[in-house]
Every structure is written in C-alpha cells, then in structure tokens.
Ligand binder design. Structure first.
Ligand code: 5RP
Length: 272
C-alpha cells in the first residue's frame, strides 16, 4: 500500500493496537439540525480532546472546527439527498479530492447502499473515489448504509463490507450484529462500527465491548456519545474499552468516576 495512505491511516487507527475512536458528527448532511447537533461547534468542542479522529462534512469543518486543531479529519464526501427526498440511496460525490486536500483530510468517507435502488451508482461512486484518493495517497472509508427495509444481520452486512473491500475501500464502517466475527472475517480491510440510535449508556458500552471482542478495529460513533447527557464521560468510557480493554463494568465505573470528577470541577468553576 502507498506510503501516504498508510501514513494517513495510522492517524485514524493507532499503530500500537490497530484501533481507533472516530467521532461522527456528519449526520446533518441528510438529517439537518438533528437533536444535540443543532450547534455543531458547541457539541464538538468538549469532545475534541478525547476523539482520535473526526468525521464530518466540509461545511461543518470550515465553520465549526478551528483550523489550528490537529485532529485527523475524515471528510464525508457523499450526499445530495435528504430525509424528505425520494430515496436516501441516491447519493453522489459532493466534494472533490482537491478540496479534501485543501482541507488537509486524512481520509475520505462515502456511503454505499447495497441492495437499494441506487446500489450500482453508490458502488460506482466508491470505485471512483478510491481511484481518486489513491492518486493522492488518501484512504477511503466506505460506510455501509442500511435502508429501512434492510436487515442488519451478519449475512447482509458481510455482503456490504466485502463488496466495499473488494472495490478498494481502505476501511469499512458498519453496524454491530449477531455473528459479527463473520462480517470481520469476510472483509479484507479493518472494520469499525457505528453506534446507531441512542441507547442507554450501559447498552452502548456493551455494544462497543462486544464489537471489539468480535474483531472490530474501533468505532465511528456519534449519537451514543453526543446525545448522552454526559458526552465527555461517554467518549472516555468508549476509549477505555477500545484501547485499554476495560470490561463494560469497569468502563461504567470509569464513566461514573469521571462524571463525579467533572461535576465537582464544574461546581468549583461556578463558585470561583
Ligand atoms: C450517518 C453516518 C454516521 O456517521 C454513522 O451512522 C455514525 O453515527 P452513529 O453512531 O450516530 O450511528 O454515517 O450517515
């Protein structure tokens, strides 16, 4: 693999353990100002210290992240649909590789919709993006999006992840499912998991733990972090599972400990 691609990937998956914690804040690209991401700058700022890379669109990057930040950027470059539109799978490439280079992106992210009406178009988007990214040493993260009517089971997700890997994606994001180890085994490149809809904190940590145990190379998590009432404590707990191999119980203890420390700090700030 090209040196530039390996170098950029090493900014996303820590070379020490091959794992990473990516914070996803790209949801507005089709959902608009979704809950707790109405003001992305406010949501992102306290989490930047703990996230190892940040997944977002160019518009939010330019306006909501200061350019002196050294966080590796995973730039979402697919879209062109909305929650009100005819079909979410009808995506196109929305941002050029040259623009991604100007923004100093470490990785490009694009959704594929296997089994959907626009399957061919999105897979063709992925192939083109891999060609373009490889011209400049920029890796591509394929996001295996799932339509409402599609089952999130190992058979379907393994199919999507394998196709993404076959078309040249350097990293694949999918959902956790039963028999997840089969999804990882069938995919030639590292697989990371999305968090999905907001769950109670313990369930989200359980999901993270099981995914790592079954071979995931980390998370690309959004709502289960920033829709929590304790987003900083949540991302710290997720990191502890991904890198420090904490159990769910141990990570919950660290969640409560950090929550208490922070509320004491906030109390002190208020009174000084
Ligand atoms: C939206 C995405 C999100 O980045 C992805 O789903 C991760 O976020 P969450 O953990 O909230 O599911 O690709 O299309």
């Amino acid at each position: 693999m090209d040196w530039g691609i390996r170098n950029r990937l090493s900014r996303i998956l820590n070379p020490q353990d091959g794992k990473g914690v990516m914070l996803a804040v790209d949801h507005g690209y089709f959902l608009g100002p979704t809950e707790k991401l109405e003001n992305p700058r406010k949501t992102i700022k306290p989490l930047l210290k703990y996230a190892e890379s940040l997944m977002l669109t160019r518009g939010i990057l330019r306006r909501c992240v200061d350019p002196d930040s050294d966080i590796p950027i995973v730039l979402r470059v697919s879209g062109g649909t909305s929650i009100l539109g005819e079909d979410l799978s009808n995506e196109t490439i929305t941002t050029s590789v040259e623009e991604a280079i100007k923004l100093n992106a470490s990785c490009l992210a694009l959704s594929i919709f296997v089994g959907s009406k626009y399957e061919h178009q999105t897979l063709s988007n992925l192939s083109k993006l891999v060609d373009q990214g490889e011209n400049y040493g920029i890796p591509v993260l394929a996001v295996t999006a799932v339509g409402k009517e599609m089952a999130r089971d190992a058979r379907y997700l393994a199919l999507s992840c394998r196709i993404a890997g076959e078309l040249g994606a350097h990293l694949v994001k999918t959902y956790y499912c039963e028999n997840f180890e089969n999804v990882v085994e069938g995919c030639p490149v590292p697989v990371i998991i999305a968090g999905g809809k907001k769950l109670p904190e313990k369930e989200a940590l359980n999901l993270t733990f099981n995914a790592i145990k079954d071979g995931a190379s980390g998370v690309d998590m959004g709502r289960n972090i920033w829709q929590s009432n304790y987003p900083v404590e949540m991302i710290q707990a997720v990191r502890a599972i991904v890198h420090d191999k904490l159990t769910v119980e141990e990570s919950m203890n660290s969640f409560f400990l950090n929550k208490n420390i922070r509320s004491n700090e906030l109390e002190t700030l208020k009174t000084t």
